[in-house]
Design a protein around this ligand. Structure first.
Ligand code: DQA
Length: 140
């Protein structure tokens, strides 16, 4: 199963950025763990701080991959363009957040993306990505 994990702005700093919220593990470290724990998935990882690059990636994988896991960071709360990109493709998308956005500032409690996704997984730390991956196996 080919799955793209797409991370948005500031998520290149995982492990260093506000570790009390996002933890001490870098995405590269976490991906090593994830790939060895769930080898049945062929995981492609992409991160960008640039909105248009995230949209290009969604278009690139969104008609051929089995699934997309997206953590669009703050763009989740602001980007109609990213929401439109997800609406435009036919690969199912699961939205992920590391922190529990519903326990944080009001502006984090709305995502433009959720309406166009299969569902969202929020607040389980980096394990949110693992739960999202498993959802592609169990929820066909
Ligand atoms: C985040 C939550 C967003 O509100 C924030 O802007 C991020 C990370 C999360 O994974 O918890 O950059 O998406």
């Amino acid at each position: 199963m080919k799955i793209a994990i797409i991370n948005g702005p500031n998520l290149n700093l995982l492990g260093k950025r506000e570790p009390e919220i996002y933890g001490h593990t870098s995405m590269n470290e976490y991906l090593i763990y994830l790939k060895s724990k769930l080898p049945q998935f062929q995981i492609e990882y992409f991160q960008s701080n640039v909105e248009g690059e995230l949209i290009n990636k969604i278009h690139e994988v969104g008609f051929s991959y089995h699934g997309i896991i997206i953590n669009a960071g703050a763009y989740s709360h602001t980007s109609i363009a990213l929401a439109d990109a997800i609406a435009a493709i036919n690969t199912p998308v699961v939205e992920v957040h590391i922190s529990n956005v519903f326990a944080r500032e009001d502006f984090r409690q709305q995502s433009y993306l959720t309406k166009y996704t299969k569902g969202s997984i929020t607040g389980f730390g980096l394990q949110s990505y693992e739960l999202a991956l498993l959802s592609f196996e169990t929820l066909k």
